[in-house]
Write a protein that binds this ligand. Structure first.
Ligand code: ZN
Ligand code: ZN
Length: 172
């Protein structure tokens, strides 16, 4: 979804669309061992208005991610609901400094007479992905001794470590 600068008015306008997941997934797949895949639908709503040459954009999107949990290695799905607030300024070549806004307000730049709204949403999505993707916050992971998924089975390997090596049985 792109919008011409001249179509952004001083009064707030709204754009809503279903974004294809292809571009987001292409970016996830840049990472060699990526397991994250966005699944449909990826719905975006943006509200925009102009303040002089600057554009105020409030966005919200919902989507679903399919991934392999970093701790227990099970497939999981996470529902996304994110929002952001950007102020875009026209890019000037002599002005390289990036202004710091408060935490929720980001200052960005646009070039030319068109703004790529899809790119903004996908960029925010990429930044919102945590380094570790977990199936749930308190995922217990896999037991290093017996290999059980500890979310499903409470083994007692921690208590009896001597019993821990699965190859120990071969000695008998
Ligand atoms: Zn997990
Ligand atoms: Zn165990």
């Amino acid at each position: 979804m792109k919008i011409l600068l001249k179509d952004i008015l001083f009064e707030e306008i709204e754009r809503q669309w279903d974004e294809s997941v292809d571009d987001a997934n292409a970016l996830f797949n840049v990472e060699p061992h990526n397991t994250i895949k966005m699944i449909e639908p990826f719905h975006v709503i943006m509200k925009l208005y102009r303040i002089g040459d600057n554009v105020d954009i409030r966005g919200r999107y919902t989507g679903r991610l399919e991934f392999v949990c970093d701790r227990c290695c099970e497939k999981a799905i996470k529902n996304l609901e994110e929002s952001f607030h950007y102020i875009l300024q026209p890019k000037k070549n002599d002005e390289e400094s990036i202004e710091e806004g408060d935490e929720e307000l980001e200052i960005g730049y646009y070039e030319g007479d068109e703004i790529d709204l899809s790119e903004l949403a996908i960029e925010h999505l990429m930044l919102s992905i945590p380094i570790k993707m977990l199936c749930k916050d308190d995922c217990k992971g896999i037991c290093p001794y017996c290999g059980e998924n500890k979310n499903e089975y409470e083994c007692d390997c921690d208590k009896k470590k001597g019993y821990s090596n699965p190859f120990a049985i071969l000695k008998n």
